[in-house]
Structures are given as C-alpha cells and as structure tokens.
Design a protein around this ligand. Structure first.
Ligand code: S3P
Length: 440
C-alpha cells in the first residue's frame, strides 16, 4: 500500500495526559493582524498563531500597505497603514479561512478600493451572501458567483451606518459589520439573535474605539471614510481554547488521567465545551490568571477523566462551542448512552459539511450515529474499530477530532489528507506524541 505524506497513522492507547501549552488563539490572531494593520505605528504581538489561516490574513494586510516581521522569539511586529488601505494588485487569496475572508471584506468595504478576495476550494464553496447583504445596505458593492460564493469582488467606500439584525448567529458576520461600521458615517448597530464570540468587541474597546454593547446589541460610531485613528499597542494572544479542547476532551474520556492546559483563553463565549464535559461526568478546574484589565480572560484549565455519560447540546450553547462540536461527537461515541447535537445546522457550512463528514467517519469507526438536518444523535459507548481510513475532506477539525477517537480504537487508524491541520494547529501531531500517543 502506498501511504501518502499527507496521511497519519494514529496508534491506540498511550494517552497519558499531562501539561500542555497550545499555540495562540486563531480568532484573536486574525483580529490583531487586522487592527494592528490599520493602526498608526508598530504594534508588537506576543503569541500570534503562526498557522496558514492567520498568516494569510497578515499577507492580505501587507497587500493593503501594512508591513510585518517576526523576531527570533516569535514576537510579531506589524507596522500599520494608519487607517488608510491601498488598493492591492490582483486578487487576494486567503486560503481556507472564513474568518479571514469575512473580516477582511468588512475592512475593504470601508475604503475606496476595488478588491477581489478568493480562497481554496473549501472557502469557495462557503456562503458569502450573509456578508454581501449588510455590506451593500451600508453602500458597498459586493459581487459573488451566482451560487453566492467567493471569489468576491468589493468596491468599497462611502458607507453609511445601518441597524442590522443578523439572520444567523455568526461572529464572523457580526465582526464584518462592525469593522465596516468603523468607516461609515453615523452609527452601525448589529443585533445578534444568540450571543457569539466577542473578541472583536473586546479588542475594539481596548484600542479605544467608540463601541457599545447593550445585551445583544452592538453599536459602533463610524469615523467616516478616513477611517479610525487607532494607535499601535502591544497585544498578547492567549492559547487557543479550541486547540486545547482536543487534549481536554481526550483526558476527560480516560478515567484516572488528567490534562492541564496552561495560558489558554477562557472567554465564556468560547468555553461551553467545559460545561459539556462536566455534564458528561468529568471534573473541571479553572484558574484565571489574566488581570481584570486584560481584554481577554485566560488562565489554566485542568480536566480529570471519568466514565463519561451522554448529554444533549443545543440552543444558545451552540455558538459557544461551534468549533468543538466534531469533538463532542467523538465524546458521544465514547460515552455511555445517547448524545444529541441539535440546532447546529451552521456546521454544514464550515470548512466541510461537518454533520455529514463526521457521521460518515464515525460510522466508519463502528459508531452508531444518525444524521439529522441540524446535528446528529450518537449512541455510545462504542467498541471503536475502523472499517476504513478516515477522510478529513480537507477539514482540520475533522482530522484532529477523529485522531482523538483513534486513541480509543482497537487497532491503528489511518487518517488521510491531514495537511489541513496546518491551517490552525501545525504543532498538533507533535503535541499528540508528547502526550504519549504513537503517531506515524
Ligand atoms: C470565528 C467564528 C465562528 C467559528 C470560526 C471562527 C471567528 O464562525 O466557527 O472558526 O473568528 O469569528 P461563525 O461566526 O461564522 O459561526
């Protein structure tokens, strides 16, 4: 058999737990690249995630006139454009990242420039009408394919503030509107149906932007077409909770094992997985180390493994663990009883259709799982036994989540097409080995 370079074989057992430090938060890294990129002066960023998605956003900001460099200690410096964005030459390819594309689109819409944003095959299949609609209401011109996807061409400038009720709970769309609102005349108010991650709001507050949050209404007073006058400042990016989640989940499923993630983001809009782990029977300890003045909450989390039991996940919890749902499905397969994921149709428009892809892969590992339009129902516990190799469909979270299930299998599991892991967590395989699992 020919094993391709982009294939990993994960051997069962060996997960010892321990202490982990994960790389920087992806969502926050994207936003620092954007905000530092439009500020005046040079910002220093510690903990910036040097993974493909965020580096593509950084490259895009350089096309708009910012400059950046990374020193030997991994500290990123970004010399900003001072608010103005220059028109890039040719289309900008932001790779795999929906966050990169949707947030950059918000910035582009504010400036009198003509920009084409494109991405890889996965990103070119994802819905973009959700940002076209509000950006056009503000006065930008946004062209998409007839399917409502990228490549997306934006003619920006001359925006006016709007009041916009988000049709879907999406932090990416919310942030796109807020960033465009910075360049508008008047006030932009976004109403979100369910609270989603609020990194943009926190960072804008930290740089002194006129942003107000009242319940689920977020308002920003626009600076007009000249754009905001933010000053360079230092940023510290905490570890990515969504990356730590793999180790915390694995630890939760092994009685007697504990996993401690240090220096990790603990924003409540990101950490609903911890509530799920508790409901499933694991013990969770949280120690906050951030100062009350830090824009983001971070600290250390320890999870103690247990015999897990099934649980139900839905409603307002969904946006707060949206990226962890493939992992929750894996835990469902290991837990005693039924695990139900509902209200999660957004999963179908992520880097892959994560409902269909996870159902296919779980079934291939012997899991009893039923696909639902808005989620899935999993019956556990499963005798995890692969009947075929895992297919990631180029989706990093599928590849990593299924690697965690592989630890509990009765034989080595082949996971194909794993290069996608580099979009968010290039150190994943190394950390998996450090925690005791054999990976080839
Ligand atoms: C993100 C928001 C979420 C999440 C994505 C990152 C962000 O997407 O799935 O990985 O950085 O704003 P939606 O807000 O579209 O659900």
């Amino acid at each position: 058999m020919v094993i391709q370079k982009q294939t990993k074989i994960v051997h069962p057992g060996g997960f010892d737990g321990g202490v982990v430090r994960v790389p920087g938060d992806k969502s926050i890294s994207h936003r620092t690249a954007l905000l530092a990129g439009i500020s005046s002066g040079t910002s220093e960023i510690r903990g910036f995630l040097q993974a493909e998605d965020c580096l593509n956003t950084l490259k895009a900001m350089e096309s708009f006139g910012a400059r950046s460099w990374i020193d030997d200690e991994g500290v990123l410096s970004i010399q900003g454009t001072g608010g103005k964005m220059i028109e890039p030459v040719g289309p900008l390819d932001v790779g795999n990242s929906g966050t990169g594309m949707r947030l950059l689109a918000g910035l582009c819409a504010g400036s009198p420039i003509h920009v084409t944003l494109t991405g890889d095959e996965s990103l070119q299949s994802r819905p973009m009408r959700r940002i076209k609609e509000p950006l056009e209401l503000m006065g930008a011109k946004v062209d998409l394919t007839p399917q409502g996807t990228a490549p997306m061409t934006i003619q920006g400038g001359q925006l006016r503030g709007i009041e916009y009720c988000l049709p879907t709970a999406s932090a990416q769309v919310k942030s796109c509107c807020i960033l465009a609102g910075l360049y508008a005349e008047g006030r932009t108010t976004v109403l979100e149906p369910i609270p989603t991650r609020d990194h943009t709001e926190r960072m804008l507050r930290a740089v002194g932007a006129p942003i107000r949050v009242e319940g689920q209404n977020i308002s920003v007073d626009g600076y007009g077409p000249k754009g905001p006058k933010f000053l360079a400042r230092p940023y510290v990016v905490p570890g990515d909770f969504s990356s730590a989640a793999y180790w915390l989940a694995a630890g939760a499923a092994v009685p007697g094992v504990s996993v401690r993630a240090e220096g990790v983001g603990l924003n409540l809009r990101r950490t609903a997985l911890l509530d799920v782990l508790r409901r499933m029977g694991a013990r969770v300890e949280i120690e906050r180390t951030s100062a009350p003045t830090d824009p983001e909450v971070y600290g250390n989390v320890t999870v103690y493994g247990a015999e897990l039991k099934g649980t139900e996940i839905g409603g307002a919890e969904i946006p707060n663990l949206i990226d962890e749902l493939p992992l929750v499905a894996v835990l469902g397969a290991l837990a005693q009883g039924r695990t139900v994921i509902r209200d999660a149709s957004e999963l179908r428009v992520k880097e892959s259709d994560r409902v269909a892809v996870m159902v296919e892969n779980l079934a291939g590992m012997g899991v009893t799982v039923a696909e639902q339009p808005d989620g899935m129902v999993i019956e556990g516990p499963t005798k995890v036994s692969p009947t075929k190799s895992i297919r990631s469909y180029g989706d990093h979270r599928v590849a990593m989540s299924m690697s965690i299930l592989a630890i509990f299998a009765d034989q080595p599991v082949t996971i194909a097409n794993v290069a996608c892991v580099d979009t968010s967590y290039p150190e994943f395989w190394e950390q998996l080995s450090q925690l005791g699992v054999k990976v080839e």
